[in-house]
Design a protein around this ligand. Structure first.
Ligand SMILES: [Zn+2]
Length: 567
């Protein structure tokens, strides 16, 4: 269903809604859309953490009328307005001065694919890479016209500089003006027994964000990331789906920030073709890249040439924040985060569904933190609780990164936080998965609270996927704040691990970042209710104590936190 945008009546209300007045909770599009069940809304949500409340909020946020909640679109504006109204309705206080909104300025860069080109040539002979099929490319430069001219290719392994491991894939290499080609994930993935890079669990060095950041720091003009499904932990469809269309970043002036001219991914098939042409053994070099002392390899005869035409625009999105003031130590805050945004609408052939409703990702998490906020209003804690729904997570954790740089509450007053991102409607699970397990003392509190539900804690079964670096808690963790990112597990009460893993695999294969991630009345909500209750209990223990949980000894964020708290 090629989406034709909002019905006229709704657009009228929207414009009314976007006026400053809207921030104070006057009637908005969302309410207009749900006028029929306004009375229903009032009576339906309660202080208790309930299936009905979660269903109401998830079905609302994942409704077509919010158009997949892309930041700075009509759908995104309406959804964030609805969240603010919901915060006001359930009794949360405005969390940003007298507003529920923390504005987040974004830079939207849209590549004009008709006028742009990017290709690899072998001895001047173009390979004819086609956009989306073989390659996706873009530029983060705040510029309308970018060129890359016969830039020589060099393979830099995993493209990592990690002093703590004595590792430098750019050792003695000048990549100024050149195009670096690299593998996704980190050397620990390729060589888990090396004892380096946290073994098979992905470190931040394995994340695409780090790869482009490091290549830019090194002065590369072009960057080519080789996509392989296993080390990336997602298919090419996610790459071609996520990196085409308008790219968002935190707003910055032209020339601000350090970026390669052209950033890209290529398919494994095309990468193998390039290695063959250059007379290089792809598999042997992939193995060598995971060995200490790897030496980068020029890819003889291969050059990259591109001409990118961008239109850039500064947009504004917003984090939505509400607070339950503490009764005894109101200056100390416990944080709950969840991103409200999703992918929005994609251009698709007539008859296909281009609307990415983002029901699991992350209407569930947003609904859960609202539900938790409502429960705290009814059970006022000693410390304050902040409910923070962030924007632009799908574009690179931008809303939380913005909060990270512009915290509303100083970090030495932020006790810790819980991030909720994508709760699968699997039914109750005996286990609770901790993403980035073994990081902080928050896990001790979680273990106790889970035991009350007769549940046990397990590490993330896919540490190589690097989920710890792929959601909003990392923006706060990077600032030293102990953050927990956990989720219902796979050892289901009904169907056991087999059923749980099958559901997880089905979600990842068929609905993750796809138009099929839609809400359904036949979802089994038992697990979601139990998980939301668990996260409430963890926060309640923290908010009704004077504990200051820290990162465990040796954790990458511990030193930062110690310094923060010592002040
Ligand atoms: Zn998400």
């Amino acid at each position: 269903m090629k989406h034709t945008g909002f019905p006229a009546a709704l657009v009228g209300l929207m414009l009314a809604a976007c006026s400053p007045a809207a921030e104070t909770g006057t009637e908005t599009v969302a309410d207009a859309g749900h006028q029929a069940d306004a009375a229903h809304t009032e009576s339906m949500t309660s202080a208790a953490i309930s299936e009905a409340d979660l269903r109401y909020r998830i079905s609302t946020l994942a409704d077509d009328s919010f158009e997949g909640r892309a930041p700075a679109t009509l759908g995104g504006i309406a959804a964030s307005q609805w969240i603010a109204d919901e915060m006001a309705r359930i009794g949360l206080e405005p969390g940003h001065g007298d507003s529920y909104f923390q504005p987040v300025a974004l830079l939207a860069v849209t590549l004009d694919t008709d006028q742009s080109s990017f290709d690899i040539a072998f001895n001047g002979e173009p390979l004819g890479l086609s956009m989306s099929e073989d390659v996706v490319y873009w530029s983060k430069l705040n510029s309308s016209d970018i060129t890359l001219d016969n830039s020589e290719l060099v393979f830099v392994g995993y493209g990592v500089v990690a002093p703590e491991y004595g590792w430098n894939d750019y050792e003695g290499l000048d990549v100024e003006g050149r195009t670096v080609v690299m593998l996704v994930n980190d050397p620990g993935y390729g060589n888990p027994d090396s004892g380096l890079f946290n073994g098979n669990a992905m470190t931040y060095y394995g994340r695409w964000t780090y790869k482009y950041e490091e290549a830019a720091r090194q002065g590369a003009a072009g960057v080519i990331l080789i996509h392989q499904t296993a080390p990336a932990s997602y298919g090419w469809n996610v790459v071609s789906g996520s990196w085409t269309g308008t790219q968002l970043d935190l707003a910055r002036a032209p020339g601000e920030g350090q970026f390669a001219s052209v950033e890209s991914w290529v398919t494994e098939a095309r990468a193998r073709q390039m290695f063959d042409l250059a007379g290089l053994d792809f598999d042997a070099l992939t193995a060598a890249a995971a060995e200490p002392g790897f030496v980068p390899v020029p890819m003889a005869g291969l050059t990259a040439t591109g001409h990118l035409v961008n239109s850039t625009e500064t947009l504004e999105s917003r984090n939505v924040v509400g607070v339950v003031p503490g009764t005894a130590r109101p200056d100390e805050y416990v944080l709950y985060t969840a991103h409200w945004d999703h992918i929005g609408i994609r251009d698709v052939p007539e008859g296909e569904d281009g609307l990415y409703n983002g029901a699991v990702d992350n209407a569930t998490g947003t609904a859960a933190i609202l539900e938790i906020g409502e429960a705290f209003v009814a059970n006022p804690p000693e410390r304050s609780v902040m409910i923070l729904a962030v924007t632009a997570e799908e574009s690179g954790l931008l809303g939380s990164a913005y909060y990270g740089e512009n915290p509303i509450v100083p970090y030495d007053q932020t006790v810790g936080g819980i991030n909720i991102d994508a709760i699968l409607p699997t039914g109750r699970a005996r286990d609770v998965v901790v993403v980035g397990h073994g990081a902080s003392q928050l896990e001790d509190i979680l273990t106790e609270a889970a035991a009350e539900q007769d549940r046990y804690i397990v590490p993330d079964p896919n540490p190589e996927a690097g989920y710890f670096y792929r959601s909003d808690h990392i923006s706060l963790a990077k600032k030293g704040v102990p953050m927990l990112y956990a989720d219902g597990g796979f050892d289901l009460v009904e169907g056991g691990r087999e059923a749980g893993e099958a559901m997880g695999a089905d979600y990842r294969a068929n609905r993750y970042h796809g138009p099929a991630d839609e809400y359904s009345e036949d979802w089994n909500m038992d697990g979601m209710v139990e998980d939301t209750t668990l996260f409430f209990n963890v926060g309640s223990r923290l908010a009704n104590s004077d504990a200051w949980p820290n990162w465990y000894e040796g954790n990458e964020f511990r030193a930062l936190r110690d310094a923060q708290r010592s002040e």
